[in-house]
Design a protein around this ligand. Structure first.
Ligand code: 13P
Length: 250
């Protein structure tokens, strides 16, 4: 099987101004040579400064969204090339908060992911079911459809990471059972292999939703979990550091 390097990714969402960069300084001091990849995705206003700070370190910096177009009359949006220009190497696409707040469809997420790839960014493509969908027994169908619709043909192990984030577990403190996580990740791995072959076998699959230092180790022990996409617990160097330490031991 293709070796997949573990990835601890932090999504700061709409949190953080310049003073929050102290958390990055602390993280860099504590994790000089980590046994896993580390990614931080701050708000767009901090991408450039964080990338400068993290240059030459083990911490990669990413955006939280990009526009599908390269440039143009799209007030308030950021293109993939602009993120690269600011020092980013990654971008999150299709986060459920963008699907909900901004009505993003699978087709739009796919176009954004394609734009990210075109600009040389690694896309962290997010999918996940709502509580209603889980209770209706639709989890695998929903996740399968989102995966199929959100990933472009050109997705590879090098340019794409998939994050499974059940909407009902995000910011709620509720976490699926380990069996539920394994069921979805095993399913997603099969789907990725069926469509992308060896590239699909090599794509990292992250779990996201209320990951904390206290539950990280058991989640990372689940088959086909290659790391986490962390929201709230990525804001503090100590908490994110605890998750990184759990991943290094996994
Ligand atoms: P929390 O870790 O705060 O639940 O957020 C998860 C998430 O949405 C990461 O993208």
């Amino acid at each position: 099987m293709t070796a997949r390097r573990k990835l601890a990714a932090g999504n700061w969402k709409m949190n953080g101004t310049a003073e929050a960069l102290d958390q990055v300084r602390a993280l860099l001091a504590a994790h000089g040579a980590p046994g896993c990849d580390i990614l931080l995705c701050p708000p767009a206003t901090l991408v450039h400064r964080m990338a400068d700070l993290a240059q030459g370190s083990a911490v990669a910096v990413g955006g939280q969204d990009c526009h599908a177009a390269a440039s143009g009359a799209h007030t308030g949006d950021t293109s993939a090339a602009m993120l690269v220009d600011a020092g980013a190497s990654h971008v999150i696409t299709g986060h459920s908060e963008r699907r909900t707040d901004h009505g993003e469809t699978d087709a739009q997420v796919r176009a954004k992911t394609e734009a990210a790839h075109g600009a040389g960014l690694v896309a962290v493509v997010c999918i996940g079911e709502t509580l209603d969908q889980r209770e209706a027994g639709e989890t695998l169908a929903v996740c399968g459809a989102q995966l199929a619709g959100s990933l472009p043909e050109g997705a590879t192990a090098a340019n794409t990471v998939v994050a499974y984030e059940p909407v009902w577990a995000i910011g709620t403190g509720k976490v699926p059972t380990l069996e539920q996580i394994e069921e979805v990740h095993t399913f997603l791995r099969r789907e990725l292999e069926a469509r992308f072959g060896a590239e699909g076998a090599g794509m990292r699959l992250l779990y996201g939703g209320s990951v904390k230092p206290s539950n990280a180790a058991e989640i990372f022990a689940v088959r086909d979990v290659d790391g986490a996409l962390v929201g709230g617990a990525s804001l503090k160097a100590d908490d994110f550091g605890g998750i990184i330490a759990a991943l290094e031991k996994a």
